[in-house]
Design a protein around this ligand. Structure first.
Ligand code: SF4
Ligand code: SF4
Length: 351
């Protein structure tokens, strides 16, 4: 790993200059949890945060977003107006994003940015945002990134990676976007001496070894959907689930949404709102038929989508980056790690 060794003071000055030019977001401590908020000064950043309660996906795919607005002229329909709602696409920087959350954005790209379909707002926001990641030197008890193919020092989703050291940071430039930020707003710093690089490697392997493996995840793709679909596992898992949707709303790789029109007299707007496969209304057809009317079908869908359908469709591993949010906040303690283990053991039986 190569990079720049920069002092905490230099890093702060650099972030201050970024915040003067770009909309800058970073983890900020609220009363009882951390969340990505817009900052104007580096003093607002909580560098010691473990992870935010809500993932930063809302900065790209907001909880609710006005897509279009319209007004009707009942006397003269030629004066009806339909236009895209104004949006702010000024350049932004996200400082301190965790490697798992940054990689999650790449997984969501597979859905919102394809050769056939491009979500205009997702792709634009991805384009205007530079991600400055923060490596995790002490993964939390519910973190399992390494076990699902990412890692506490994973650089695949970020433009720059910061590794926190005692009173300094190692800044590693990963992409051209990251290079531009460093060239334009010189953060100072120096070439790190070999002992610093050795220390960083040590921190990396310590962090990675704090996360235990589930076994062979590849087995999930080697078996067919039918090996899992009718397994008794789903009946057991669904029993406690209250379909609150917390897991899906917190998850950095869940992207489901609903579109609704709000109309008042002759004006209205079209909204895009987060939705959840855990809600019965999500799949209710206009005919009244619901292909996932039962809770067991919805619970199975959530896990099969992340751990089987996504795997088969995109061949990019599972749609879970191991951030641990759903494990930590499910009110009835449903634990995706347990489900992964059980699906792997079903696979082993089937092979
Ligand atoms: S958070 Fe737990 S209880 Fe709520 S929908 Fe998800 S699995 Fe079910
Ligand atoms: S499924 Fe759970 S652990 Fe995996 S990325 Fe989503 S919230 Fe994080």
């Amino acid at each position: 790993m190569k990079g720049l060794l920069i002092s905490r003071n230099d890093l702060n000055s650099w972030i201050k200059s970024l915040a003067e030019k770009y909309k800058t977001f970073a983890p900020v401590r609220t009363e009882s949890y951390d969340q990505f908020s817009m900052i104007t000064s580096p003093e607002e950043i909580n560098w010691a945060y473990r992870n935010t309660r809500l993932s930063p996906k809302a900065l790209f795919h907001p909880h609710s977003e006005k897509m279009f607005q319209f007004s009707l002229d009942p006397r003269d329909p030629s004066k009806n107006i339909l236009k895209e709602a104004p949006k702010d696409f000024s350049p932004r920087v996200i400082v301190g994003i965790r490697p798992c959350d940054a990689y999650a954005l790449k997984l969501v790209d597979l859905n919102f940015d394809t050769s056939q379909y491009k979500d205009p707002w997702w792709t634009k926001r991805r384009e205007i945002t530079t991600l400055i990641g923060l490596a995790c030197t002490s993964p939390g008890l519910t973190c399992f990134c390494k076990a699902v193919g990412t890692g506490p020092f994973d650089t695949r989703g970020v433009d720059i990676l910061l590794v926190p050291l005692e009173d300094a940071f190692l800044l590693e430039i990963i992409t051209e976007k990251g290079q531009i930020l460093v060239e334009k707003y010189n953060p100072g710093g120096q070439e790190p001496p070999p002992e610093v690089l050795n220390n960083v490697e040590k921190l990396k392997s310590q962090a990675e070894s704090a996360i235990s493996s589930f076994g062979n995840l590849e087995l999930l793709s080697e078996n067919s959907v039918s090996d899992f679909f009718d397994a008794p596992l789903w009946n057991e898992v669904q029993f406690g689930c209250i379909n609150c949707g917390t897991c899906t709303f917190l998850c950095p790789t869940c992207w489901c949404f609903d579109i609704q029109d709000e109309v008042y007299r002759d004006k209205g707007c079209r909204l895009r709102l987060w939705d959840s496969c855990m809600f019965p209304l999500f799949t209710l057809h206009g005919s009244g038929h619901n292909p996932r009317a039962q809770k067991v079908q919805r619970v199975r869908q959530r896990f099969m989508h992340k751990l089987k359908y996504f795997v088969d469709k995109y061949r990019q591993g599972v749609a879970c980056v191991g951030c641990g949010r759903c494990v930590e906040f499910c009110p009835v303690n449903i634990d995706i790690r347990d489900i992964i283990r059980r699906m792997i053991s079903l696979s082993e039986c089937a092979v």
